[in-house]
Design a protein around this ligand. Structure first.
Ligand code: NAI
Ligand code: 13P
Length: 331
């Protein structure tokens, strides 16, 4: 068995570790919380994936160096906004590794994508950075329900090697050279899911949700292409695929955060209750800044940001989106 490290012991870190173990790898998870380490070593990550019995090939440690020691690839599954800080604390543990990002966010302040932070703050060469992104709700994946994903890397041989390492009878990876597209698709769909959730929380139905999803895809594609992505990526698993899963599923933390906003709960109360990462809540601000910097219109992201960070009501958000000047659909 070859060894792969997973840094981050939450729902997707543990879920993806399950995929890797099922694919025949020896997996060591690092978590910053001893309690999670103990639970994983006892066979179940109770807080994040209650009831899911972990494969024997998974163990955990609170020491990042021990997790990575002897591994050829290290998977990062921590909240996006904590990445830079963790990279500086981990020191040189990622040297020589293929580094795989599962994270779907954009850094506040710098507006950098996760692969850019890994390269800049972790010193990892770009041809050894892999992004895995697709419709991959952790709870369904650990039930071994069939799903596909995108394994993106600038180096096709590295993408192939990692895709082979995470392929199972229920998890089908497709390779791609388009890291930018995979990351933009993954990060922006969270913001669109907040908007769809808000509409649902306000009592709106499937026409409304479908309209937001479709215009959200236009917004994702516009921003991605301006950043150098291949437009075809957004018609794929890391684009429309993940957008549909996240916007429609009650398992999505971003979607359910939005529903609660629509029902009138405050951001603070939802955060206190949910206690899991809903990346769109912070990334809507950095994605908006990124889009403004590139002169790209992102009206849904703009409205979500106004609701989450400036106190605008979900009713006003819907009203203002519909009150925008009419224009051709494909502009
Ligand atoms: N859960 C899912 O279904 C999927 C999640 N993702 C992405 O994976 C990334 C990780 O998300 P999840 O595992 O779902 O989040 P989570 O909220 O379930 O778990 C986060 C993990 O990070 C740890 N953590 C929190 N703050 C930290 C810090 N400052 N330093 C180090 N560790 C810290 C937590 O203890 C926990 O182990 C996110 O970017 C998310 O968008 C991507 C695909 C699917
Ligand atoms: O990215 C995801 C599914 O692909 C998970 O979405 P949430 O972070 O909203 O739960």
């Amino acid at each position: 068995m070859s060894k792969i490290a997973v840094l981050g012991g939450g729902s997707w870190g543990t879920g993806f570790a399950t995929v890797l173990a099922d694919a025949g790898n020896d997996v060591v998870i690092w978590s910053h919380r001893q309690e999670q380490v103990d639970q994983i070593n006892a066979g179940c990550n109770e807080r994040y994936l209650p009831g899911h019995q972990l494969p024997d090939a998974i163990s955990a440690t609170a020491d990042p160096r021990e997790a990575v020691d002897g591994a050829w690839a290290t998977v990062l599954a921590i909240p996006s906004q904590s990445l830079r800080d963790n990279l500086s604390r981990w020191g040189d543990v990622l040297d020589g590794q293929v580094v795989v990002s599962l994270m779907k966010g954009v850094e506040l302040g710098t507006t950098k994508r996760m692969s850019e932070v890994i390269s800049e703050a972790g010193g990892v060469p770009t041809d050894r950075i892999v992004v895995v992104s697709g419709p991959n709700l952790a709870r369904e994946i650990v039930q071994r329900q069939p799903a596909a994903t995108v394994v993106a890397c600038a180096d096709a041989a590295v993408a192939d090697r990692f895709a082979a390492a995470c392929a199972t009878r229920y998890f089908r990876p497709y390779t791609s050279p388009d890291i930018v597209g995979a990351e933009v698709g993954g990060a922006v769909k969270n913001v669109i899911a907040l908007a769809v959730g808000m509409a649902e929380g306000l009592g709106m139905g499937d026409n409304t949700k479908s309209s937001i999803i479709t215009r959200g895809l236009a917004e994702i594609t516009r921003l991605g292409v301006a950043l150098g992505a291949d437009a075809r990526t957004f018609a794929g698993l890391a684009g429309v695929g993940d957008l549909i899963a996240t916007c429609m599923s009650p398992l999505s933390r971003n979607h359910s955060f939005g529903v609660r906003l629509g029902q009138g709960m405050s951001v603070e109360d939802i955060q206190a209750e949910q206690q899991q990462t809903a990346e769109g809540v912070k990334s809507c601000a950095s994605i908006l800044a990124l889009a403004q910097h590139h002169d790209v219109e992102v009206p849904i992201t703009e409205q979500v940001n106004a609701c989450v960070h400036e106190g605008k009501s979900p009713e006003e958000v819907v009203h203002d989106l519909l009150a925008r000047a009419r224009k051709p659909e494909t502009d």
